[in-house]
Ligand binder design. Structure first.
Ligand SMILES: CSCCC(=O)C(=O)COP(=O)(O)O
Ligand SMILES: [Mg+2]
Length: 239
């Protein structure tokens, strides 16, 4: 069934929504896993790396953890697919360099990019809100099989600049940063907890349910749902 939304902006989750979780887990995760050790030992003085390492140490409650212990924690979080902010920051450093080097090309489901172009042409602003870091998001949209998509985007939000994805406060923060009223925002995500938080902040929500994705069987509760982006029509009235 096609649903229609009159909104000023659509905010996009990535993994499970625009793009396949399998691609992230099978391609991106191994790429970062094999490069953490070098990053932690050779670039510990980089401010972004140092800040993330301090966050890992705080999270595991070991202020003096050495590089090997930090690496072990990162591997455990990877195995659990835990969306920990410092893990995502360090992955973002590694991935953005991998994309720039041409080692990586991102993935978008076939229905996504044509709809993003159509919504953008209709004057609807597009934002990303993902657990992946802003650096990773930028690299992801720059290096897509369909070319550089960053001109479609008005802003990028992650758990560092907006907060946890399952807390309503994060969605209030994004609405206020974007200068858009909550009821003029539509959030697309595969995870019911994220959709619940967005709705609690007054946003419209559509759960994206794609066969084979981790949340497909669980469903998206009582949120509106779509299997593909072309089941959603979006426009922006100017009155
Ligand atoms: C380009 S971001 C890489 C994917 C990732 O690491 C991630 O955690 C995505 O999570 P999402 O919140 O988009 O489901
Ligand atoms: Mg997701």
């Amino acid at each position: 069934m096609t649903s229609h939304y009159d909104v000023d902006a659509v905010v996009l989750d990535i993994e499970g929504t625009t793009s396949a979780t399998g691609f992230v887990v099978d391609v991106l995760y191994p790429y970062s896993r094999s490069r953490f050790a070098a990053l932690l030992t050779e670039r510990s003085g980089d401010p972004e790396v140092a800040r993330a390492v301090a966050q890992v140490r705080a999270e595991i409650g070991e202020p003096d953890a050495d590089a090997a212990r930090v690496e072990k924690a990162l591997h455990t979080w990877l195995d659990e697919d835990r969306k920990a902010t410092p893990l995502k920051t360090l992955q973002g450093v590694i991935w953005s360099e991998g994309f720039a080097r041409g080692d990586l090309v991102s993935h978008f489901y076939d229905d996504v990019v044509p709809e993003l172009r159509a919504w953008h042409s209709a004057g609807v602003r597009l934002y990303v809100y993902s657990s992946g870091s802003v650096a990773a998001q930028r690299a992801w949209f720059t290096n897509s099989p369909q070319g550089d998509l960053t001109s479609l985007l008005s802003g990028l939000y992650d758990t560092e600049n907006a907060g946890p994805k399952q807390e309503a406060e994060s969605y209030h923060r994004i609405a206020s940063a974007a200068g858009i009223a909550p009821d003029r925002l539509l959030f697309l995500s595969d995870r019911p907890g994220e959709l619940d938080a967005a709705r609690a902040a007054g946003w419209h929500t559509v759960g994206i349910r794609r066969p084979g994705e981790p949340y497909f069987e669980q469903g998206v509760g009582d949120h509106a749902q779509a299997g593909t982006f072309d089941e959603i029509t979006v426009s922006r009235s100017t009155t």
